[in-house]
Design a protein around this ligand. Structure first.
Ligand code: SAM
Length: 236
């Protein structure tokens, strides 16, 4: 997958794509990242700036159309037909596992990060294909939101995470939330791990773990619990 990220703060983005799974996915050849600094294109806009005052008045600056249209124009030629051009925005579709999974199958993603009051509506109308929110709150800029979207997508790409079994048992890959995990030592500060986990009885351990997942899901997410019960019933 090729990922193009347009931002006035590429250093924010680079600090994230150069770590952990996002970096490894590039080293392993699954993903290529390209970042574009909006300020490098400011001189081609009407007032040599990346932002300007809103027409009609009101508080907050708006990211101007020219630098973003220009950068996108240079990227566009190389994009596959099924590419998604994403604008992280609080008024977009709420990000969830299914959306991340869908995006993980694409060849190209472009992420255009907003700032200040947002971006010129013409960019949203003529370039953006998908507007995605990471939650009902407002961040200062799109970089963190864009990186959250990207991280959730890249880790689902086949091969990126070594153990597929591990990502398949994560919350939202399944109607049940993930269960409790323990590691060595078996006793720490007089606190023991549950005895069943040391029994070596894999069938009983699986039963115990599933029960824990059920209890947590029922308590915390009645919506997922209902889905799980419907699914279980349809299999009976
Ligand atoms: N005026 C916008 C609104 O009320 O919908 C908020 C603008 S916000 C201060 C600046 C930028 O941060 C946005 O353009 C967007 O790219 C990003 N952003 C802020 N909150 C976000 C969220 N919850 N999800 C995704 N992106 C967000």
């Amino acid at each position: 997958m090729k990922v193009h990220i347009i931002t006035p703060f590429p250093e924010m983005v680079k600090s994230i794509i150069n770590c952990s799974i996002l970096a490894k996915s590039q080293q392993k050849g699954y993903v290529e990242y390209y970042t574009y600094n909006l300020f490098d294109f400011a001189e081609n806009s009407t007032n040599n700036r990346i932002d300007d005052y809103p027409f009609g008045g009101g508080a907050g600056m708006i990211l101007k159309p020219e630098p973003i249209f220009e950068i996108f124009g240079s990227i566009k030629k190389g994009l596959n037909e099924n590419s998604k051009i994403i604008y992280p925005t609080p008024d977009g579709q709420l990000l969830n596992h299914n959306l991340s999974k869908e995006l993980s199958h694409l060849d190209d993603l472009v992420i255009i990060n907003g700032h200040y009051k947002g971006i010129d509506q013409r960019i949203r109308d003529h370039i953006i294909t998908d507007e995605i929110s990471i939650g009902d709150y407002v961040l200062t800029g799109g970089e963190l939101a864009g990186m959250i979207i990207l991280d959730s997508v890249v880790r689902l790409m086949p091969g990126v995470i070594n153990s597929k079994e591990s990502s398949d048992s994560d919350s939202f890959s399944h109607p049940l939330l993930d269960g409790p995990h323990y590691t060595r030592p078996a006793r720490y500060k007089d606190i023991d791990v549950p005895e069943i986990l040391l029994s070596g009885n894999h069938k009983e351990i699986e039963k115990w773990f599933n029960k824990k997942r059920e209890e947590k899901t029922k308590l915390r997410r009645p919506d997922l619990w209902g889905e799980y019960k419907r699914l279980k019933k349809s299999k009976e």
